[in-house]
Design a protein around this ligand. Structure first.
Ligand code: NAD
Length: 368
């Protein structure tokens, strides 16, 4: 046991996605006796992201949908988890602009099904075991809306979601809170800023820019490129979630963020500089063909995302004080390592995006 939480069976939903697959690796390293990965394997979920751990005898993969009550009931009944961490979600803002339905179904209804499943599971446990159970819901800083040039989101910042994605995550957070208050469910919420690192699906800014650049395709910059995000390495995010799970108080929420504020343009420039060094244009036939000497020549300004939040920044002082959490990676070297990772993982790259179609522009729905 660590901080009162027994390291027995952990269920991780959305485990074949970006952050979930990184968290599975951490849970195994941490010594959990059984790690159950539950995932619907949507366009964003890939077993290749779990290939490294698939031979570990403590690891179980189960394909399933968090919005299906029967599958969720069977998940709790079969594995009797001591904790569940919910990463399963539709996660791409641009897709939520084109078609919000799946976001409502998975992010809101799905979270509700998991909460109901937990409530029924706990009803069958002794008081002691029930109070030691933890439900940790992984959320985003996007629930808080957009900031001006000053300040940072705290856990007390009122919710003001602007995209259908952010609204669906906010609704889920409210349900988790309500299950704590109403039913005494021992649940926690973490709200994190933008993540980067290995295994991120290449529809998101950083892997999309890396893969487009290597193929000498245009690098799309939304609007003026000045939108600011607070970038955190995925391993630091996973460490924060683990600490919240093991040391956090039930009913509490924790903001996690990296003190890594950068504009989109700064991120794209940093990637281009790293590529100039790691795969110079003179050694890249696609770049030769376009006659470019530097990757930054591929930058292309495109129309902005409707409702694009200007700036996010996280005040993580509660997690630092109460959980002893600190982000270990600095952004410059973390980003360089990330570029190197995508260059060196051709098998994974081809498995998750066989055509490059995943990188096409989405989310330009005209306003009414
Ligand atoms: P992702 O899109 O890479 O992975 C999501 C996973 O959930 C996929 O494997 C997918 O197959 C699975 N899934 C989708 N619908 C499902 C369903 N109905 N049932 C079961 N599984 C389903 O997303 P990610 O970037 O890894 O994000 C994980 C979580 O972290 C999400 O809840 C997201 O809101 C949150 N988050 C992400 C970031 C970020 O920067 N990526 C930041 C803060 C919070």
């Amino acid at each position: 046991s660590r901080g009162g939480i027994a390291l027995t069976t952990i269920v991780i939903t959305g485990a074949a996605g970006f952050i979930g697959s990184n968290f599975v690796r951490l849970a195994l390293q941490r010594g959990y006796r059984k790690v159950v990965a539950f995932d619907k394997l949507t366009y964003a979920g890939h077993l290749e992201s779990l290939a490294e751990v698939s031979s570990d005898s403590r690891f179980v993969f189960q394909k399933g949908d968090i919005a299906d009550s029967q599958q969720v009931a069977a998940l709790y009944a079969e594995h009797a988890p001591s904790c569940l961490v919910n990463f399963a979600a539709e996660s791409h803002v641009d897709r939520s602009i084109d078609d919000p339905d799946a976001f409502i179904r998975t992010n809101i209804v799905g979270t509700h099904r998991l909460l109901e499943g937990a409530r029924k599971h706990l009803a069958g446990l002794e008081d002691d075991a029930a109070s030691r159970f933890r439900f940790l819901h992984v959320s985003t800083d996007e629930v808080y809306g957009s900031l001006g040039s000053e300040g940072a989101f705290t856990e007390e910042t009122p919710y003001a979601p602007n995209s259908p994605y952010a609204a669906s995550k906010a609704a889920a957070d409210h349900l988790v809170r309500a299950y704590c208050e109403t039913f005494g469910l021992p649940a926690l919420i973490t709200n994190c800023s933008n993540n980067y690192g290995p295994y991120q699906f290449p529809e998101k800014l950083i892997p999309l820019v890396i893969l487009n650049a290597v193929e000498a395709r245009d690098l799309p910059i939304y609007g003026d490129g000045a939108n600011v995000r607070d970038w955190l390495h995925v391993e630091d995010h996973c460490e924060g979630i683990m600490l919240a799970l093991e040391k956090g108080d039930a009913g509490r929420k924790y903001n996690l963020g990296g003190q890594g504020e950068r504009s989109n343009l700064e991120i794209v420039d940093a990637i281009c500089n790293a590529l100039d060094e790691l795969r110079p244009a003179r050694d890249n036939p696609a770049m030769q063909e376009r006659g470019y000497a530097h990757y930054s020549e591929l930058k292309t300004f495109v129309p902005d995302r409707p409702g694009h939040d200007r700036r996010y920044a996280i005040d993580a002082s509660r997690a630092e004080k109460e959980l002893g959490w600190r982000a270990g990676h600095d952004l410059e070297s973390g980003l360089r390592e990330t570029v190197r990772w995508y260059l060196n993982h051709g098998t994974w790259r081809r498995a998750v995006q066989p055509t490059g179609e995943e990188r096409k522009r989405r989310g330009q729905a005209p306003a009414l």
